[in-house]
Design a protein around this ligand. Sequence first.
Ligand code: ACO
Length: 428
Amino acid sequence: MAETAKLTLGDKTYELPIHVGTENERSIDITNLRAETGYITHDPGYGNTGSCLSAITFIDGEKGILRYRGIPIEELAEKSTFLEVAYLLIVGNLPKAGELSTFTESIRRHTMIHEDFKAFFGALPKDAHPMASCSAAVGALSTFYPDSLDPRDQRQVEISIHRTLAKFPTLAAYAYKHSIGQPFMYPKNSLDYVGNFLYMMFGNPCEEYEVDPVIEKAIDLLLILHADHEQNCSTSSVRLVGSSKVNIFGAISAGINALWGPLHGGANQQVIEMLAAIRDEGVTGREFVERAKTRNDTSRLMGFGHRVYKNFDPRAKIIKKACFDVLDKLGVHSKMLEIAVELEEIALKDDYFVERKLYPNVDFYSGVIYNAIGTPSNMFTALFALGRMPGWIAQWSELHRDTEFKIGRPRQTYIGEPLTAYTPIAER
Ligand code: ACO
């Protein structure tokens, strides 16, 4: 007999079905809870709420395990490429050689954006944060491509997915070029996905730009590591917004905004600014860690802690190693890296961090690499968004194929005023 949970409310006992995941994770199905009992659940921050059954990404936060479609992140990081991982996440399996080249060619051919995007970016203030520009630009794709907006039409969905993946690097690079007042660089489709992005970011029309293979490989790796992370804040935003059956561009635009926040992807910018402040203000690592522990001080140790990982974030381990490799190959000496290593060592031995199981997360070392290759700190989170794109797309697609599909609509427990009569303005 299938496993169930028993819930007793007053003198009545209810049986609730239990879902058992591939890795033996268990969730109590409360789909009919309110209808049968009149009760709802209370779970601020959704720390105990499973919002879906998903076959995309598996995380075991206690053991520090991350897998995409069953494949360990360590193997993908070592053997795969970002576009192959994107295919894996979106389609569900590793592509055969022919499938990968068809997919890659389609992405390669969709990189150009409508010429009117120049006017679009031109209308934004120069100091606009690139994440705001990127979110607006992805939302605006829906205005340029009204022929691929219907989430129920498979052909339109496929085209919109390829457009999103292919055009986002161009949009992100345009956002950056606009902020520094340089001409936009058209994509050069003889280059690979990451090389093309680097070219549009760092090239200019006056000089030849050669993609450095060390940098290209490092960014490709970082994109793989950021490609999906199950039901985090931005992905849940994509799913929630997408559940209204809005088009994919609108849903992903919402995800970009969610990612921007400093408690989520925006932490990568905060980390490098924290490291720079420590370097420039002469604060010692020990002093900073003490400050991060103080409740009345707002400075947390950015890039530390995670809702799910209560052990090392496997991505952080890979990025730390890559950080040393890349900086070594580029011949860069980074004071920021030294400070980061010192902070990590202090925090990992400190009771406060040990008791709360706070470890470096994906954002702790990534910024050091971005910084070493000359990326301005306000573009870090846009690079995260570039990496997360296949995950958002895969999760959006899975949502629309879900047989349990429903518009997302949490409930609440109302704690405001009871029934109150309207007071005319003269009597208030
Ligand atoms: N520095 C200092 N203290 C911390 C930190 C930190 N980085 N992170 C958590 N804590 C403390 C909290 O103050 C809290 O202490 P308390 O129990 O005494 O009140 C305890 O650890 C638990 O923290 P919560 O905020 O309740 O944990 P939650 O799961 O809600 O938050 C989060 C996770 C948001 C990632 C948090 O650890 C944080 O703010 N980290 C810094 C920001 C960051 O790096 N975000 C990126 C996360 S990875 C990603 O989204 C891509």
